[in-house]
Design a binder for this molecule. Sequence first.
Ligand SMILES: [Zn+2]
Length: 274
Amino acid sequence: MTGWWRRWRRTRTLERRAIPDALWQQTLARYPFLAARSEAKVATLREMTTLFLARKEFGGAGGLVVDDAMAVAIAAQACLPALELGLSWLDGFVGIVVHPDAVVAHREREDEVGIVHSYDEELSGEAMHGGPVMLAWRDVDEAGESAEQGYNVVIHEFAHVIDMRAGITFDAEATADRSTARGRWLRSLFLEHERFARRADRDDETFLDPYAAESLEEFFAVGSEAFFVAPATLKTEQPRLYRLLAEFYRQDPERDRMEQGGREAPLKGAKRET
Ligand SMILES: [Zn+2]
């Protein structure tokens, strides 16, 4: 009998912690891809963003102080992929750590003959089982401008969060199972990834970052970024991947965008004034 309790808490959170109008409008202006859908969907996104903010804990690293505008910017972008799936897809972790800039992580990898190679990797974000999610503010801050290239660090990391929860790219057995809709979907994604990896191997020009060739999980995450922030280009460049993601996320950002007048480029005056 927790239904009414949850509903009550939800209502209380939406009332008490409502995102101020000015801040919400500023967020939509800075990240126009959030607004490129019907008013009703944007209103749902705002509610989800409010609930997300109530459930998660933001922390700044390296002296960074996460203010309201930063938290709302991150939360709204994190909720976008879950808009039709539901907020529970983003459960399973609480902490979001925001660094001022990319973080250098020391990595070691053993090759086929057992030699350990150590190298440094620059990370703009990272998601792991149970959290926390790490994000570089510089990349989040520029997400309005980098949308044209299909780049979005928040959506990338939260696509991983959704993937980890659903076990999409980790279920190798399901890739071979064509008797279920899920198996067929995964098989199609797998084949799309293989096609993409071959193009990346040949150094073909690709709209998606060649990093997507690395693994099925990176293909899903990189594809998800482009799907939400540059849907027109992704649909033209990789229509099959677009369709698969539309099926998975139960969204069609390109159709939404066209219904709103087809704007994909940043709106006039989208720059922050401060
Ligand atoms: Zn990734």
